[in-house]
Design a protein around this ligand. Structure first.
Ligand code: IBG
Length: 222
């Protein structure tokens, strides 16, 4: 065993991508075991490795962790990206849940019928510009600091950058009315671990394509 965390998931973003982002931001190397067929998933199930019969599953520190949120919290705490006290942690949790909700709408978009896509795209743009991004813009303004919480780099910053880039893939000028978020994006993208993750050849996954969508539908019966 290499000692590196081992990620079990399909070879695409889905629910694992935020885990990849957080590990990369923390500068932690990880291995990936891709589920490519229904049989691969059934093998994990029959070996009793999936507590709730679901992935993501991450082997880390002798545990076989499931539940995305639990995995992320563990990594954030372990690598000192989860604030310095309970109140900072509470803020990080709130900001992360906001970006999770926004990314959740985007994550399901490729699996929806074509006729629903236009409406959902409009929903994403609307929610990003009227509900979520104004909050983070205000936090940055009120704090007057480089990061969302406590003037240091945390999970909340990593998660927000992931969400911004995801929305930009659908609407490239989404930040046009958010100058502080534009600067934030530039700053966080330049943190060396993140910069590396954003470069081609990293373990960051591309947006879903038709082949991946068909594979995921087949494996998970979505
Ligand atoms: N609460 C769990 C978590 O957050 O980890 C949910 C996990 C989950 O729904 N996992 C799916 C699964 O294992 C795969 S992600 N399903 C099998 C089952 O029997 O429930 C599927 C997904 C993708 C992309 I990939 C977008 C949305 C969902």
């Amino acid at each position: 065993m290499s000692g590196k965390p081992k990620l079990h998931y399909v070879n695409g973003r889905g629910r694992m991508e935020s885990i990849r982002w957080l590990l990369a931001a923390a500068g932690v190397e990880f291995e990936e075991q891709f589920i490519e067929t229904k049989e691969d998933l059934e093998k994990l199930l029959s070996d009793g490795l999936l507590l709730f019969q679901q992935v993501p599953m991450v082997e880390i520190d002798g545990m076989k962790m499931v539940q995305t949120r639990a995995i992320l919290s563990y990594i954030a705490a372990k690598y000192n990206l989860y604030g310095k006290d309970l109140k900072e942690r509470a803020l990080i949790d709130m900001y992360v849940e906001g970006t999770t909700d926004l990314m959740g709408i985007i994550m399901y978009l490729p699996f929806q019928p074509p006729e629903a896509k236009e409406k959902n795209l409009a929903l994403i743009t609307d929610k990003a510009t009227t509900r979520y991004f104004p909050v983070y813009e205000k936090v940055l303004k009120d704090q007057g600091q480089d990061y969302l919480v406590g003037n240091h780099f945390t999970w909340a910053d990593v998660h927000l950058l992931e969400a911004i880039l995801m929305v930009e893939e659908y609407k490239s000028d989404i930040l046009s009315k958010f100058p502080l978020l534009q600067a934030f994006k530039g700053r966080i993208s330049n943190i060396p671990t993140i910069k590396k993750f954003l470069q081609p050849g990293s373990q960051r996954k591309p947006p879903p394509d038709e082949k991946y969508i068909a594979q995921v539908k087949q494996i998970f019966n979505i």
